[in-house]
Design a protein around this ligand. Sequence first.
Ligand SMILES: CC(C)(COP(=O)(O)OP(=O)(O)OC[C@H]1O[C@@H](n2cnc3c(N)ncnc32)[C@H](O)[C@@H]1OP(=O)(O)O)[C@@H](O)C(=O)NCCC(=O)NCCS
Length: 241
Amino acid sequence: MSSGGATPEPRGPVTVWWATRRPLADLDLSPLSREERARVDRLGTQPARERSALARALVRAALADALGGAPGSFQVGWQRGPALLGHAASSISISLSHSADRVVVALTEGAAVGVDIEPAGRGERLRPTVVERITTPDERRELAALGLPARERAAIQLWTAKEAVLKATREGLETEPHTVEILGLPEVTQLSAHARRPELVGACHVSALALDPDYVGSLAQLSASAPPVVERDADAGRLLS
Ligand SMILES: CC(C)(COP(=O)(O)OP(=O)(O)OC[C@H]1O[C@@H](n2cnc3c(N)ncnc32)[C@H](O)[C@@H]1OP(=O)(O)O)[C@@H](O)C(=O)NCCC(=O)NCCS
């Protein structure tokens, strides 16, 4: 990803697919590559294997939905998150997150995306020392203005927002979350500071996901204008059948 030049504009909405973890026997694994299956098999617990397999199947199904073709026909790279390789539509951006019983995949064309989810109840378990470590003083002021339990939910929302931004830039947690500032959540908001990538201020939008009230989630897109976000339930349709 380039850090200079004009900010890419989204060419359409960001589609965010939500799917529920299921036994491996209930999932068609045939579209997965040998490497993807090996990655699933290496994981140490059954829930982790189920999330990983579902994530890989969902990425492929989302690509097939967006571009046409069979889910198994795409070449997908997995360095620092999923990426469509060797395809004419190389401006496709994909991001994924898995947590507890949920997997989400965000896909769009034209500007990099990042997505992150966490179970909503996890906010209660975020210790004040952790919140202190991952937030800026202005973010802490916003959190302090809220009563409980809104503050706990806002704290975990903020955490997903930071991870979504750091996935959109592909930095991941190599960048300290407290060096990235996002104010005004849960409205669609702009990144207000990024120590390592200051050019992203005004060129990165963050919004809250809402499809499943038991989870909080954020979508970040590196674009000058706020992207329309369409959340879809992969369990309800025929996406994974
Ligand atoms: C990716 C990361 C930002 C968030 O992960 P998380 O909240 O724990 O887990 P999520 O399920 O939301 O996201 C994981 C997915 O993000 C994607 N991802 C991993 N690194 C990424 C990056 N640098 N940029 C974008 N996406 C990334 C992957 O597809 C991964 O799923 P997979 O392992 O099944 O392929 C963080 O774990 C990270 O930076 N990891 C890389 C560094 C690392 O592994 N450190 C280990 C420290 S213990």
